[in-house]
Ligand binder design. Structure first.
Ligand SMILES: *[C@@H]1O[C@H](CO)[C@@H](O)[C@H](O)[C@H]1NC(C)=O
Ligand SMILES: *[C@@H]1O[C@H](CO)[C@@H](O)[C@H](O)[C@H]1NC(C)=O
Ligand SMILES: *[C@@H]1O[C@H](CO)[C@@H](O)[C@H](O)[C@H]1NC(C)=O
Ligand SMILES: *[C@@H]1O[C@H](CO)[C@@H](O)[C@H](O)[C@H]1NC(C)=O
Ligand SMILES: *[C@@H]1O[C@H](CO)[C@@H](O)[C@H](O)[C@H]1NC(C)=O
Length: 477
């Protein structure tokens, strides 16, 4: 197994979009979570902690303070998930369209007596949107003790689904101590506030937090918040980031604002992070309709990437999976491979799964043949991901992508992988032009005949396992 991330990856942690899926093996899953969340404070997507067993070191979760989407803890049988510093879940994406926090089906291994017993959510004081679902965790003993009315300020009753305390719930005295201290440490920042406060640090009227605070505060100012309700502008909570132009009352005109910043999730940034496209006021992964992507290479070799309004019709582009005419399509097959003929840049992704090569009676199409795959030879750039877990056995490499130079990884397979090559019979990768994988994680796994390769841009990747600093690596059998 080989797992790598772009060197720029670590400036932003994106979270995932896997739900309950296990996209690789159990071992890879743990390594992947470790790679995703080591050093991470703000998760700019969903935090999905799933498929963990035994007694792994999960201390890498302890730095997480904010989650932009939802938090899911499911199908784990570890004793505790240490999210001690998590203060706010924004709920900008919800699990099952309803929940900002879902903890479910964390099974009890009868043999090992392992199972989820503790949720260390002692700092969680704000869920901005969405409900809470804690269900079918046979060993989890204390969810009722959390004062959810304080955390989820505008809860509708139906969105609070809490399991009963399990009958066989026997807390050892050590656990009891931990739970009680969790409760003591966790100060209330809503239910006890004097009326008119959104959040407070105590019951007195002058304990009110600034209106821009979420979660709580240490004082009355917009710089004293524990988390920001809208945007964090270098430590000050604001309802908007500094705009691109400001009105000058002397000239009666608006003029460019030299201090302008971009919205990036709930923070204001001077420049969009690597791999993001700059729009007028925000950073994005995909340009909106009637806009085109403009990439300029600066003299230092760095690229700036932005979206620009098209004058008239936008230039025609080749869409990949997940974009334009292939929105909602999840696999390359005989019905759509024709759309890639002659394309250099694919706006979107390419995925080759077993369905790509099966005869489809419904559409009366045959599986992809070599002659179809050769139509991909012109491709030089993919803005999303390239994921391959099925490939004809008679093809010993991925040579049809020999001209592919850049995988931008602005869309990721399961919200994780920019390049995935799994369970193939290939002997070499054959991606000889590939010089950049800009986002996401690269996974090369379970290709039993793939022994040596030098065709990945190693100098731009941080690799996690079995990676030797030189040009060659040997895949662990
Ligand atoms: C999520 O939604 C699916 C389908 O709507 C349903 O079968 C499942 O039980 C739901 N799960 C939870 C946790 O609500
Ligand atoms: C705002 O962001 C800075 C990092 O840029 C961080 O140190 C600070 O804790 C954040 N403040 C809040 C209230 O989230
Ligand atoms: C390119 O940008 C990165 C990050 O913004 C910076 O660290 C790096 O020094 C730049 N490269 C050059 C050649 O200036
Ligand atoms: C399916 O394709 C075959 C040959 O390509 C053709 O003979 C047959 O009539 C087609 N069947 C349907 C249902 O379209
Ligand atoms: C590994 O690949 C083989 C096919 O080469 C497949 O049958 C097997 O299920 C794969 N194993 C895993 C763990 O993905």
């Amino acid at each position: 197994m080989l797992m790598c991330a772009s060197l720029f990856y670590f400036s932003v942690c994106l979270g995932t979009d896997m739900k309950l899926a296990l996209p690789s093996s159990l071992e890879n899953h743990y390594e992947m979570l470790r790679l995703l969340y080591t050093g991470c404070q703000v998760v700019h997507g969903n935090l999905e902690i799933t498929h963990l067993q035994g007694n792994p070191d999960l201390s890498f979760l302890q730095g997480i303070v904010e989650v932009q989407g939802y938090v899911l803890i499911a199908h784990v049988s570890v004793r505790s998930v240490p999210l001690d510093n998590l203060r706010i879940i924004r709920g900008s994406q919800l699990y099952n369209s309803s929940y900002a926090l879902a903890v479910h089906n964390n099974i009890h291994h009868s043999l090992t007596e392992l199972g989820l017993r503790e949720l260390h959510l002692k700092s969680l004081t704000e869920i901005l949107l969405g409900g809470v679902y804690i269900w079918e965790n046979p060993l989890l003993c204390f969810p009722q003790k959390i004062n959810w009315e304080d955390t989820v300020t505008k809860i509708e009753n139906k969105l609070l689904h809490l399991q009963d305390i399990p009958k066989n719930c026997e807390l050892t005295s050590r656990e009891l101590y931990h739970h009680t201290s969790d409760c003591l440490l966790r100060h209330l920042t809503f239910v006890l506030c004097s009326s008119g406060c959104l959040r407070c640090k105590g019951p007195k009227p002058n304990d009110c937090c600034h209106v821009e605070c979420a979660a709580g505060c240490t004082g009355p100012k917009d710089t004293d918040c524990l988390a920001c309700r809208h945007f964090n502008d270098s430590g000050t909570c604001k309802d908007n980031c500094p705009p691109p132009s400001i009105y000058d009352p002397n000239t009666f005109q608006s003029k460019p604002n030299k201090d302008k910043k971009f919205n990036f999730g709930a923070t204001c940034v001077k420049q969009c992070p690597h791999n993001y496209l700059a729009m007028e006021v925000a950073c994005t992964m995909v340009c909106p309709k009637a806009n085109k992507e403009v990439i300029t290479v600066k003299p230092d070799g760095n690229e700036t990437q932005k979206c620009e309004k098209c004058e008239g019709e936008c230039p025609k582009v080749c869409y990949g999976l997940g974009m334009g005419s292939l929105q909602g399509v999840s696999v390359v097959d005989a019905t759509n491979i024709g759309t890639f003929v002659g394309c250099k840049k694919i706006y979107g992704s390419l995925a080759f799964l077993s369905d790509s090569f099966k005869v489809n009676a419904a559409t009366n199409s045959s599986g992809l043949q070599l002659s179809d795959l050769e139509k991909l030879k012109t491709i030089e750039e993919i803005t999303g991901y390239l994921y391959i877990d099925a490939w004809p056995d008679y093809l010993l490499d991925l040579n049809v992508f020999e001209n592919l130079k850049v995988i931008r990884g602005r869309m990721l397979y399961k919200g994780v992988f920019s390049l995935g090559v799994q369970s193939l019979q290939i002997e070499s990768l054959g991606l000889r032009s590939l010089r950049s994988v800009s986002g996401g994680i690269v996974l090369i796994h379970n290709n039993s005949r793939l022994c040596y390769t030098s065709s990945l841009p190693w100098n731009l990747l941080y690799c996690y396992k079995y990676f030797k600093m030189n040009t060659y690596w040997a895949e662990a059998a």
